[in-house]
Design a protein. Sequence first.
Length: 125
Amino acid sequence: MAKVSKIHQNKQPVRRHYLAEWLEARGMKPMDLVELLNDPERSSDFTEIDKTQVYRWLRGQLPQPATQLRIASALGFEGEPEKLLQHPSMDWLSEFFKKRTEDETEKAIQMLKLMFPEGKTGTND
């Protein structure tokens, strides 16, 4: 197991999140998120979020775990902050398959494999 230097011991690992894509999927602007996160009706126990924090997140910074919970709630997926690490289209696909039987899932997989053969990227080389 690799040692973590004392300097980097408390830093969160860099991860790709999809906050910008989630905002777009919800038809929201960054300031809409700021307003939702600071709405006293939503929670009384929180630190105020300013627009600079939201813009840092949009540039790739990963919000702290407690803030991820607040963001998830504001985006409509209460208690599921891990969705921030998943592209909205993948979330749709995941939700779609949750409602299917094993047989339906297998048929859908076969259809997708026929439509998108492995090894082909959809580009002309």
